[in-house]
Design a protein around this ligand. Structure first.
Ligand SMILES: Nc1ncnc2c1ncn2[C@@H]1O[C@H](COP(=O)(O)OP(=O)(O)OP(=O)(O)O)[C@@H](O)[C@H]1O
Length: 253
């Protein structure tokens, strides 16, 4: 069981953002995707989640082809993501921001919710309980009613992750999840990501922090100029001359 990108390509006019990229994200593992700025990492995530149309290649989740599926179908196939730039509703509470993520599992209509019918009330109570469990897991239960926009950057990132996890995905794509966090915060997330993978979720981790990636991933892919230039175990990949060249002079070397 895996999320499989097969010869995935994307062109923006004359710019080749992605060229014949092959990546496998197995369930229960954390797979790393690294590369210098502009290498094409976010383009890959945007294609997987249907935000960008692919120019070539296929995307499969387990046995389902989602290459040209609309975003809601991709979500129902079990995929969730976080964004490089935080996207939360700043005026709304932390709890409300998480509850937005549950819509994949919503069975009751908006009308029955508005009318407060019993099935809808039961569903709301169940979602609330699951959101509270996530808050507990992320150590943020005490902040449930706090406006999300008033949180620290690290906490806002965690709200994004909880919202993505609320849809109970089989695979989650994390786009620079520890950007702006201190070591204590990122250490706590490392433990959480391992837990998520151990519970069977497949994680694609896009990160500039190579130490973090090395620590968490058994397999990493390196993109440069839209092409994969290396893949394998972190130690081997990071000593690969092509990878060193791609990073030489770069801010993340
Ligand atoms: N909508 C777009 N239109 C034109 N070119 C784009 C568009 N989106 C991305 N690109 C180009 O595609 C290439 C890959 O960009 P992308 O954002 O995927 O890289 P990245 O590896 O995620 O970079 P970073 O680490 O800085 O976030 C870059 O050359 C970028 O300028």
């Amino acid at each position: 069981m895996a999320l499989i990108l097969d010869n995935l390509s994307k062109r923006f006019g004359g710019v080749v953002a992605s060229e014949n990229v092959n990546i496998t994200v197995p369930k229960g593992k954390i797979t790393g995707l690294i590369g210098p700025n502009g290498a094409g990492k976010t383009t890959i995530v945007n294609m997987i989640t249907g935000m960008l149309a692919v120019s070539g290649g296929t995307i499969r989740v387990d046995d389902t082809d989602i290459t040209r599926a609309p975003a809601d179908q991709i979500c129902r196939a079990g995929l969730a993501r976080t964004f490089q730039n935080i996207r939360i509703l700043p005026e709304n509470s932390v709890l409300d921001n998480i509850l937005i993520g549950f819509h994949r599992h919503e069975r009751c209509s908006t009308l029955s919710a508005l009318l407060g019918l019993p099935a809808s009330r039961r569903e709301t109570a169940a979602m609330r309980a699951r959101a509270e469990a996530l808050l507990e897991r992320f150590g943020m239960r005490h902040l449930a009613e706090y406006p999300a926009g008033g949180l620290s950057y690290g906490h806002q990132r965690r709200v994004e992750m909880m919202r993505a996890l609320a849809s109970e995905p089989e695979y989650i794509l994390l786009d620079e999840p520890i950007a702006g966090m201190n070591d204590v915060e990122s250490d706590a997330l490392a433990v959480l990501f391992r837990d998520l993978a151990d519970s069977g979720i497949g994680i694609l981790l896009i990160e500039h922090n190579l130490r973090f990636v090395t620590r968490l991933c058994q397999h990493i892919y390196v993109l440069d100029g839209g092409r994969l230039i290396a893949e394998g175990a972190p130690e081997a990949v990071l000593s690969d001359p092509a990878v060193l060249t791609a990073y030489v002079g770069g801010e993340h070397a």
